[in-house]
Write a protein of this length. Sequence first.
Length: 433
Amino acid sequence: KVSVFWFRRDLRLHDNAGLYHALKSGYPVLPVFIFDREILDKLEDKKDRRVSFIHQAIHDLQNQLRQSGSSLLVKYGSPSEVFPALLEEYDVETIFLNHDYEPYALERDEMVQEFVRSEGVDFRTYKDQAIFEKNEVLSGAGSPYTVFTPYSRKWKEKLNTFYLKSYPNEKYFSNFLQTEPFIIPALEEMGFEKLTENFSPRIVEENLILHYQEQRNFPAIEGTTRLSVHLRFGTVSIRELAEKALRLSETWLNELIWRDFYFSILFHFPQVGKGEAFKREYDRITWRNNPEEFELWCEGKTGYPIVDAGMRELNATGFMHNRVRMITASFLTKHLLIDWRWGEAYFAQKLIDFDLSANNGGWQWASGSGCDAAPYFRVFNPTLQTEKFDKNMEYIRKWVPELNTSSYPQPMVDHNFARKRVLEVYQSGLGKK
Ligand code: FAD
């Protein structure tokens, strides 16, 4: 008999909750990863960076597991086909895995659980990717928080060393199933192209976190950790990071709490992940939704240098600095009056750190429809934002080298005109005077 550990967005051997319990189950542990066709078949870009990132992380896991004489069993298919085959092939006692709060994942896990239980196999799930999840942080009245500040206050009150403790998985590595190496399918076999980018694990200096508060808003410098993709796929442990944050920077800790907060919003209000505005009255706004203007925004040709720099950074690298994410999202929704869902979908396609909860939270925040809304009348002024956060235009010049030439476009819309227009449209949609 074996225990199975099913890796998903927790691609590491150390400090991994579900894996720890599997290793202590008393049966040899067969580690499994599925390249899920249900997800991969929907990706249009065959050079998708996320698929390459995962592929590389899977190879890293494989190398580590070989050192313990074990091997990762990697399947390519739909979980509804993979599990029946797996239970045919192995005598499985229990399947261990970590929670995932996205609507697709919840449905998938429910379906797999129902099937394996019907076959007499136990199915055990654990909290791993958040410090607090589901109903762990609720208001005094027992309802989920819908505003960040009181949520974060409660989060901090509840925190103690127990929640930050690492799971000592390495003590039990000898409990992995000893096998001959399994082969990992090549990206090409799954219809994807291999990228040359190297997504190796990131080492973040404590110094960066100590200076986080002063530096985090300036896109020209590396003042933020760029750990988002590693948090997304679990190549780092949130407990280790939160422990560091607690020691070094409350501002940075707050960012990690935003992450838990948006997981919790998606968990308690799954409709936001299915296209609904958190504040329903925002669905009464009449968006202009001009496809040509949307295209100019996507390509970074709006004539607003900070917006264009951000979009070009995103298109070229799959990353965009948080300050610039806020500026570009505000520009699309407020200056161009394009539905936040269009922007959300574009980011979802391009961001290497794409996470349904944070992306949806960020977009709804920018449009004003979110749970912790920026007031609807706040319209970022791209010129003032540039003066504050990229005064020497270093970030802009990096991404918009033709800035002072005739080939750079004029602003596609006048700021004052756009500001007046959005206020009128929002006021009339929201029924405000
Ligand atoms: P750091 O500043 O070093 O922060 C550390 C970690 O905290 C991040 O890696 C991230 O996991 C978390 N974090 C920071 N800010 C937020 C936030 N506002 N909400 C949730 N978690 C946060 N973040 C994503 O991880 N995936 C997304 O798809 C995503 N889409 C966004 C869309 C918009 C419109 C906006 C305004 C923000 C979005 N963010 C998203 C949040 C934020 O921009 C990124 O997490 C951050 O830029 C990642 O850089 P970093 O790792 O250097 O962050």
